[in-house]
Design a protein. Sequence first.
Length: 148
Amino acid sequence: MQIEGIDRLVIGVRDMDRALRFFGDVLGVRFTEITGAAPAAAGCRLAISLDKKLELISPVGEPLHVTNPPDPLELRRRLAHADAVLYALIFKVPDLDAAVDNAARHGVGVIGDRIEFPRDEQLGLSDFREVALAESATFGIKMALSQY
């Protein structure tokens, strides 16, 4: 397996509106806020800028169930002492199943549920799939693999 590159850096923020203003006004980054089942289940607001390879995530409510990624309860704990944290690194891969199989052959497991859904209407993506790798094998850094 080879990655295609960094898909996006995920930044956890305490105040999404403030973060959107900062990134938009100061850095010129435009985000698409994700709506629907995924952010509702996670109890988080999510905003993605694919062209700038950034994602903002902010815990705003109780999750319907703990998802991974993200783990909103862990993110809330990390944001208790900071306005923002570098939360995760997502790598883009051409074949998610092959990448997961390769990771397993090297003793790296996955955690949580695979996220799979179309994102045509919000991000212009089709067949978006993502899975988180076990942090115990990734130097304690939240990492995920993404295919679309």
